[in-house]
Design a protein around this ligand. Structure first.
Ligand code: AMP
Length: 570
């Protein structure tokens, strides 16, 4: 595939255009059955989700005609990126499961080139399904991983000695996140000596599991010493399956767990409990890089392996050097997954407009060192769709380029798979600061910070206030309520992760002294920022700036309750 990247890309585009030739979308742009790149590029516009929304809504409402794809839409995948406060809905087709499976199937053969003996034990992976909903037209809407774990591809996968998990399917598929995590952790503890790798999809998931162990080791140790399952596990299929795993008391193991977990020092806990672990399998590139220090602490320096780069729209590629240091990770986009184009990403690049097609570059033609925005055309029917990721070319593997994930466009804050952009943060701040009116107080400046040091991490908002009646400043209670008002205004993915998954902690507002933001500007200018063009950063992540802001904090406030969230789409 990588040897003939360009030819494969040409074939992929041809196949997609041929099968979808009669779709409403391609006909709308008068492609007239053409399957070649030039015609495609000259007629089909580059689009973002908002452009497709009216068509997506038709499908969600039950229109079964071939709008994007000649194949029936099998379900919607809910992306953690949002549009108007709701998660994006990506139409998908059944066959995409095969393509995802194909990419998964490449991971272990690559890993085996670097780590031997992985067939001699098991993987302790914390994998979860999330709540699913139905659209008004009856299609399921759920995250891509939930769709995959519930598919026959996953549930009835053939035995493969390289992919044996400690977690039974029943534990992964249990929709109750406590029962799922509890039993997965219990299995991991019972099989501790067999575990060769420990992982989760994203770094935040693995840290959540460690936090869970900190909170529940006593009960887990109790179950192990009694040889009986915690009655809080009520799911009948899960109880039944666990009864075959926790068969007899094991006081020795229970004592060991108590010894390790009751101490204050959790440094290297993963290597202590799972001594045969060779690496941690978690994505720590992009927004997840903030968790590297914490993972290194708990992981006792075990290598961190980022294996793949994927999204709800399409799975893109894999890391061919999975044991490389996180700062050096590059992903090779597999040319057979979708048709990829690249919009050069430079500060002065012309804005994308429909009238003048942007100069998009093909996969095989990108240049090492340059940054691009990824634009994809998929078998499921997305055409020239802006994924929103900025990638930098680091090298080529045969003729397929390799990319470092630079960042996601417009995302300011992210703790788990939530993505909060500047407009959302602004709106949340406006809604919250309305509560300060009765105190004749306004917010003069703000910035934000994703605090990943605690588990779970949480959003921190720095507020500089203008209190016009110093005798009547806003109370501690009202500032707490401002935290909640912000959370209520954040998008549904944030609220779901905060409420249903407990993977984000209560939002915090830190009030800073008057003049703090002016000092921040002075600092930026002293470091070379232009005084004319200076803009307050709406998110900060460098430690000196965070330390500076923290040194000016006068009070701290937390959301007193979880925000509203229900699994129905509005
Ligand atoms: P979603 O649409 O919720 O499936 O999220 C997909 C997005 O997650 C991608 O477009 C990326 O922004 C991000 N992502 C996925 N894989 C990686 C990775 N290996 N490194 C960094 N970011 C990633």
């Amino acid at each position: 595939m990588t040897r003939k990247a360009d030819a494969v890309q040409e074939r992929v585009l041809g196949e997609i255009l041929l099968r979808n030739a009669k779709t409403e979308y391609l006909r709308r742009f008068q492609l007239n059955g053409a399957t070649d790149r030039d015609t495609f590029k000259s007629k089909i516009p580059v689009v973002s989700y908002e452009d497709l929304l009216p068509d997506i809504q038709r499908i969600a409402n039950g229109d079964r005609s071939s709008i994007f794809s000649a194949h029936p839409i099998s379900e919607f995948l809910t992306s953690s990126a949002t549009s108007a406060g709701e998660s994006k809905l990506m139409p998908t087709i059944h066959e995409e499961l095969d393509r995802r499976q194909l990419l998964y199937s490449l991971l272990m053969p690559v890993m085996n080139l670097y780590v031997s003996g992985l067939d001699k034990g098991k993987g302790l992976y914390f994998l979860f399904v999330k709540a699913e909903t139905k659209t008004p037209g009856g299609l399921l809407a759920r995250p891509v991983l939930t769709s995959y774990y519930k598919s026959e591809h996953f549930k009835t996968r053939p035995y493969d000695p390289y992919n044996v998990y400690t977690s039974p399917n029943e534990a992964i598929l249990c929709a109750d996140s406590f029962q799922s995590m509890y039993t997965q952790m219990l299995c991991g503890l019972l099989m501790r000596e067999e575990v060769l790798r420990v992982g989760a999809v994203f770094a935040s998931g693995l840290l959540r599991a460690i936090r869970f162990l900190q909170l529940h080791w006593q009960q887990l140790a109790h179950d192990i010493s009694a040889g009986a399952l915690n009655p809080k596990i009520t799911d009948p299929a899960l109880r039944d399956c666990m009864s075959k795993i926790i068969v007899k008391p094991n006081p020795e193991l229970s004592k060991f767990i108590t010894q390790e977990c009751s101490g204050e020092n959790w440094e290297g806990i993963i290597t202590r409990i799972w001594p045969n672990t060779k690496y941690l399998d978690v994505i720590v590139t992009g927004a997840m890089a903030q968790y590297i220090p914490t993972l290194e602490y708990y992981g006792g320096g075990l290598p961190l392996s980022c294996t793949m780069y994927a999204s709800s729209e399409c799975y893109f590629g894999l890391n061919l050097k999975p044991m490389s240091n996180p700062s050096e990770v590059s992903y090779t986009i597999m040319p057979n997954m979708c048709y990829c184009e690249f919009l050069p990403h430079e500060p002065d690049a012309p804005a994308v407009s429909r009238d003048s097609p942007p100069p998009l570059v093909d996969l095989a033609d990108v240049e090492v060192g340059k940054q691009y925005e990824l634009i994809i055309t998929t078998y499921a029917g997305l055409c020239r769709y802006r994924v929103g990721d900025i990638l930098q070319v680091t090298d080529f593997y045969n003729s397929a380029p390799q990319f470092r994930f630079i960042r996601r466009k417009n995302v300011l804050l992210s703790i788990d798979s939530d993505k909060t952009d500047e407009a959302e943060l602004q709106k949340a701040g406006d809604n919250a600061s309305a509560l300060l009116q009765e105190f004749n107080t306004s917010v003069v400046e703000y910035t934000s910070y994703a605090d990943a040091k605690s588990i779970p991490g949480h959003y921190v908002i720095y507020w500089e206030l203008l209190v016009k009646e110093p005798a009547n400043p806003p109370t501690h209670e009202v500032l707490n309520l401002c935290c909640l008002a912000m959370e209520e205004s954040l998008n549904s993915v944030y609220r779901q992760i905060r409420v249903a998954d407990n993977s984000i902690g209560p939002l915090e507002i830190r009030v800073v002294k008057n003049g703090t933001f002016e000092e921040l500007m002075d600092y930026a200018i002293s470091r070379g920022a232009s005084i004319n063009q200076y803009k307050v950063p709406r998110c900060v992540n460098s430690s000196p700036i965070v330390e500076f802001l923290d040194s000016r904090v006068t009070s701290k406030h937390f959301s007193p309750a979880p925000p509203q969230w229900n699994s129905e789409r509005r």
